[in-house]
Design a protein around this ligand. Sequence first.
Ligand SMILES: [Zn+2]
Length: 93
Amino acid sequence: MTHHKKALPPLDPCTACDNSGVVPGVFHELDCAVCDGVGWLPVAGVDITQHLGRSMAKMIKMNRILRATSAQGEVEYHPQSGRAGVRGNFVGD
Ligand SMILES: [Zn+2]
């Protein structure tokens, strides 16, 4: 027996919960019953855990690259941008 990496077939995103794994409940979000809270539909012969693990590693790597590139003057989100324009009004003694 030889071990070799085979390409994993793509998973189908769950449309019932819009790929989120949760659906809005009355008071809080509930696990999607269609995909069992996974957000992806099981594919025959595919280990979904392995699939998600690899996807996650790929996304983390991409996230690092994106952060590295966005540090070079790309659009940044400032949660406290409401402070702009307030300065100059306060004049102490
Ligand atoms: Zn679902």
